[in-house]
Design a protein around this ligand. Structure first.
Ligand SMILES: [Zn+2]
Length: 291
């Protein structure tokens, strides 16, 4: 058996920035979710970042449960492409450090609700601790809009001064909010490509685009061209999953034979739907054959 280990995101994101492609972050919600994503990236030979929010971590039984699960899958499935396990939107320094202690290879500390001074100070604390464990750190400045409801008014654009202040902390990548939102968009996203380009050149760090669901393909390509080296995809895999479950139930497949078996309920359409959605992202982001 090949013993492959989690890696941090440092090299994969620098390679992506230099090569003008983006590494996908796919958020996971359970064992099979992680399994199909890993199978897909292995088939596509793409590096991948498995994203886990604090809420998803609780849902799955805690940080160390997830570390054990993902390490197990990497070994058992002979995954040879680079895989990072990343805390998405760590809300406190303590919680972010707990993910590091449990074995996450990468973390995001999101202090964007604080003043820039406090955000910088707390991010620095996380960076100093992360460095001792070879864990990569992502920070956020400005505010990515709408949590689930895509309220575009919730966006706070990141300023150059905030971006430059955050770049001094020793972080490895930066989510500078420039018009993307979590969840679904209402109308066309209004992404600030000129600012992406300017920030990317000035701070020379890989930029991270949150809210990768629902951004038209040509805008995604433009954002990558402008310096976005990591794109987070969460909602789109969730809606693909739900679509698959709905189809199975609507076709009443659960009512025949052993159609009630959860492996069939989820395995018939839901997991293939996720795989299909993830494959399209890998192709769009240009990370195919970069692992
Ligand atoms: Zn996000």
């Amino acid at each position: 058996m090949i013993i492959n280990k989690l890696v941090n995101t440092k090299k994969m994101l620098i390679d992506a920035k230099n090569g003008k492609y983006a590494v996908p972050q796919f958020n996971i919600n359970n064992l099979e979710w992680a399994k199909v994503v890993l199978e897909l990236v292995q088939e596509e030979k793409s590096p991948v970042i498995l994203g886990v929010s604090e809420g998803a971590a609780k849902y799955m039984g805690g940080y160390s449960t997830i570390v054990g699960m993902v390490n197990g899958l990497i070994g058992e499935l002979n995954i040879t492409v680079p895989v990072a396990l990343h805390l998405d939107h760590g809300t406190t320094v303590e919680s972010t450090m707990a993910a590091i202690d449990a074995g996450f290879s990468s973390v995001m500390y999101d202090g964007s609700r604080h003043t820039i001074e406090q955000n910088v100070k707390e991010t620095k604390e996380v960076v100093e601790y992360a460095k001792t464990k070879d864990v990569s750190v992502e920070a956020e400045v400005g505010t990515v809009g709408g949590e689930e409801d895509g309220i575009v008014g919730g966006i706070n654009y990141a300023s150059l001064s905030d971006v430059e202040a955050m770049a001094t902390t020793g972080i490895d990548s930066l989510a500078a909010s420039l018009g993307s939102v979590h969840g679904h968009y209402q109308g066309e996203p209004d992404l600030q490509f000129d600012l992406m380009n300017e920030y990317s050149v000035k701070i020379r760090l890989p930029l991270v685009l949150h809210g990768g669901t629902g951004i038209p393909d040509d805008m995604v390509r433009k954002a990558i061209e402008a310096g976005e080296a990591k794109i987070n995809v969460n909602t789109e895999l969730q809606t693909s999953f739900t679509k698959g479950v709905r189809r199975y139930i609507e076709e009443e497949k659960d009512k025949f034979g052993t159609g009630y078996d959860p492996r069939k309920v989820l395995g018939t359409y839901a997991w293939p739907e996720i795989k299909k959605a993830a494959k399209l992202k890998v192709e769009l982001f240009g990370s195919k054959n970069k692992g």
